[in-house]
Ligand binder design. Sequence first.
Ligand code: NAP
Ligand code: MG
Length: 501
Amino acid sequence: MSNINESSVAKDVASFLARPPKLLIDGKFVEANSGRSTAVLNPATGQEIARAADADVSDVDKAVQAAYRAFDYSSPWRRMSALDRGRIIGRFARLLEKHGDELAEIEVLNGGWLRAAAKETEVDLSVRHLDYFSGWPSKIEGNTIPVAHPDVMVRTEREPVGVVAQIVPWNFPLLMAVWKIAPALAAGCTIVLKPATNTPLVALRLGELGLEAGLPPGVLNILPGSGRVAGQALAEHPLVDKVAFTGSTGVGTGIAKSVADQVKRVTLELGGKSPNIIFNDAPRDGAAAGAAGTIFFHAGQTCAAGSRLYVESSAYDEVVASLADKANSMRVGPGVDSASDMGPLISHQQLNQVRSFIDESVSRGGEVVAGGSGVPDGVDANGYFMRPTIIAGLDDNAPAVREEIFGPVLVVQPFDSLEEIARRANDTEYGLAAGIWTRDIARANKLASMIRAGTVYINTYGLTDAAAPFGGFKRSGYGRDMGHENLDSYLETKTVWTSLT
Ligand code: NAP
Ligand code: MG
């Protein structure tokens, strides 16, 4: 039975990969005006697995115009009841569930995901996300306002913000797209989404399932293309009302600057360098497993990774030794092999960048206690694999301690007091997440209130939920993904005054 399933999934995926490169505009798959396409690689082999269309400025205009028409006041989407909008999002969730194995397989082949993680993270969390937001459209309500003027009635209405540009990165190609799409649809917006150049495929399949779920043409347009050309043109297009961006701090701040004159709404989910703090009294096994899990999951390519580990001095040697054992025992390999514990990085460029942090750390006296920049044993040398790595002995100013590495590299340092660790945890330009491990819950909560980060985990790390807001303080961004705070960012408030005389 499972063989039949596997081979039908493999057939579906093979025929999807063999499709000619297209853009999804106004409910149809169309060629890019330029006729250009780019290679899509499997990061576990370095081999080309498909071609993706490369949208240019004229394609961006076409997609935005389609989204603009779909947002017209008399369009089917705008005239649809809130309840029906929710039903479509619910059907969208069911279709993701139905095609879960196929979507996960695309993530394994293009995103470098381990098969089980692709299913549990990319697919299952995306389904839950759509389910959560499917309930919202019919609960978006305004207020009546008791103003001081006589004989007037004042009410507020919550309206969709309009055409939204959504630009997402390569680390969670499906989930990041769904994080953005679901609340925008719930609010009643129309969308042009640009996936990352490294991972353009799954979003096209997602857009197709959206059409099958009943989204009218033009409501969800998917536009593979380069950030510098298509991404920039999309963000700056005058008919785009809001830009929702997830990616690096450099690109995000550039977008915010370039659209400031147009007074576009912008939300930014950016990088992180999150502290993970283990006190001596922490449940040791859980803390060590959590510390390894947060940095080695998806080869460290997660924005909230607890990449700076601080261990109370009296527990330091023991915790570091146990982490080194864990790192050394992990099997690095492709996601298609169920024995793999960690897959490849996304690209050769990313691999070189991560390695250079390790080499630089060694040259300034850092001690590699596990892993290192060499090629792991037994992997395809054309893939972008590296070993789970732990570096000790760096000072607080080392680049590996300050900068986002976005790879499986953990820096570990000892600390001695609560005040000291609060200061060092906050000594970063970022503020996305933090972890605290201790049995002393009063101390944990005191430290949680001292740390400037959008999410603080106590005795756990890395959970997310569609209902729980997620986003950054400081240079990790502004706005929130998930929760009703996210929905708010796709809504405008209109105040309506009516004379009663
Ligand atoms: P990136 O280079 O900033 O790219 C993100 C997206 O922006 C891609 O689609 C990219 O297209 C596009 N882009 C690049 N230049 C652009 C421009 N000038 N105008 C408009 N769009 C442009 O980030 P990345 O390297 O793909 O992803 C890693 C980063 O994302 C990390 O810093 C990580 O922390 C952050 N991240 C944050 C979160 C969060 O929720 N806070 C989640 C995941 C990742 P191309 O692919 O063509 O370059
Ligand atoms: Mg990039």
